[in-house]
Design a protein around this ligand. Structure first.
Ligand SMILES: Cc1cc2nc3c(=O)[nH]c(=O)nc-3n(C[C@H](O)[C@H](O)[C@H](O)COP(=O)(O)OP(=O)(O)OC[C@H]3O[C@@H](n4cnc5c(N)ncnc54)[C@H](O)[C@@H]3O)c2cc1C
Length: 377
């Protein structure tokens, strides 16, 4: 049993941290205020090999696997979570669906340019009546010759205002609730995207509503077999939960580090507040929780990379890491007193950014249902 990263993984982690500190961290606060996504970063991430981290070199990827993706997303999220959410939806949702389900032609047309940063993807499952229950969607795809005609609306579709294509789900067999995934060009006639929604956190990420009115999609853009959309999505996104866990650890680590520095610097009653054992113990617990979350996450990534069953472990990692991050961000803000509460302080941003990670990619309740099922309950 080896708990250390290999030399190669460690130098990848160092390079990813240097990239994140140079390119993301300096603009994190400003983009949180302006809500503007730095789309130009996609090209630079592609040049660094980050957009293809978990995909095959056949399509320009890095063959890095899930552990490498987890290492990368922890570093990016620690620097700027709101920017990282856009990268996550492109790589871990849209491109992963095409990588796992698509055919060679679809991979050449969308995955390869997505890895190069030439095309940006979004993923749309959620609708007004379908969140956790991905089978409850109302968007309908009707066959018309060699095409499908799509009608419906997707809510909370991150990247959609900026994307070149959207991978989305639609009902193809209403009687049997058969659902199919499609790749839809963002400029397809009949497709419109609303203004980005205002959210509590993750401000630079552009999350909007997508409306489809008689959108014609060629059958060449059907992803996988007809009516196999739900099992296809579940397969493609089981790994995503591991990366989401690493994402949360990144925010938790940034929140923890800021709090640690503050309690060392802040003097009250003639000594740094870190000298109060109750404060030091809180920091000790925070660090322990981060370490536990990272071990669970890297374990799940290792299982996935080694072809072993990992669904239960991925769910456990995501529940534990996201709930840990939310708790740590709140504690870190509290430890910084009024300074943590002012908008100039990143503490409040970490606090606002974490919560959505307990909702997306399976809420904590849905993931506990998955874990319980694996326990025979
Ligand atoms: C910033 C942001 C970005 C997003 N980006 C995307 C995106 O790019 N693409 C996309 O498709 N979606 C996206 N989403 C939507 C996200 O995936 C959904 O919010 C999520 O799936 C949960 O669905 P819901 O919000 O409808 O909650 P609901 O499913 O309505 O759940 C509400 C509450 O009820 C609980 N609940 C539901 N069912 C059960 C049950 N069986 N047992 C116990 N508790 C239950 C949930 O855990 C939750 O606490 C985004 C959301 C946000 C906030």
């Amino acid at each position: 049993m080896d708990f250390a990263l290999t030399g190669e993984q460690e130098s990848f982690r160092r390079a990813a941290r240097a990239f994140a500190e140079k390119e993301l961290a300096p603009i994190a606060g400003e983009r949180d205020e302006t809500n503007v996504y730095p789309v130009e970063l996609f090209k630079r991430m592609a040049s660094a090999g980050y957009l293809g981290i978990k995909f095959s070199s056949q399509y320009g990827g890095d063959d890095g696997g899930i552990l490498a993706a987890a290492i990368l997303f922890e570093e990016l999220a620690a620097a700027a979570a709101g920017i990282t959410l856009g990268v996550y939806c492109h790589v871990v949702l849209a491109l992963t669906a095409i990588d796992r389900i698509g055919n060679d032609a679809q991979k050449r047309r969308y995955l390869a340019p997505g890895i190069r940063g030439d095309k940006l993807g979004a993923f749309g499952s959620t609708e007004a009546g379908a969140g956790s229950d991905i089978t409850a969607i109302a968007t309908r795809a009707t066959r018309d010759g060699d095409d499908y005609i799509l009608n419906g609306a997707k809510l909370f579709c991150t990247n959609s205002p900026l994307a070149d294509f959207i991978v989305l789900s639609a009902v193809t067999d209403p009687e049997k609730r058969g659902i199919t995934l499609f790749i839809v060009e963002r400029d397809a006639p009949g497709l419109s995207v609303s203004r980005a929604l205002k959210t509590l956190g993750m401000h630079p990420a552009q999350t909007a509503e997508v409306v489809l009115e008689n959108v014609r999609v060629p059958s060449a853009n059907r992803l996988g077999e007809e009516n196999r959309g739900v099992p296809n999505m579940l397969t493609a996104f089981a790994e995503g939960r591991i990366v989401a866990a690493a994402f949360a650890i990144g925010i938790a680590r940034a929140a923890f580090e800021a709090a640690r520095q503050y309690v060392l610097d802040r003097v009250q009653f003639g000594q740094p507040i870190a000298k109060n054992q109750v404060v030091a113990h809180r920091l000790a617990d925070m660090d322990t929780d981060i370490q536990a979350a990272r071990l669970l996450t890297h374990q799940a990534a290792w299982l996935a990379d080694n072809g072993r069953p990992f669904v239960k472990e991925a769910s456990q990692a995501k529940v534990f890491a996201t709930e840990t991050a939310a708790r740590i961000a709140a504690q870190a803000m509290h430890l910084q007193g009024a300074f943590g509460y002012v908008l100039e302080s990143p503490a409040q941003r970490y606090y606002r950014d974490t919560h959505v990670l307990e909702i997306g990619e399976g809420t904590s309740e849905i993931l506990r249902n998955v874990i319980a099922k694996h326990l025979g309950l």
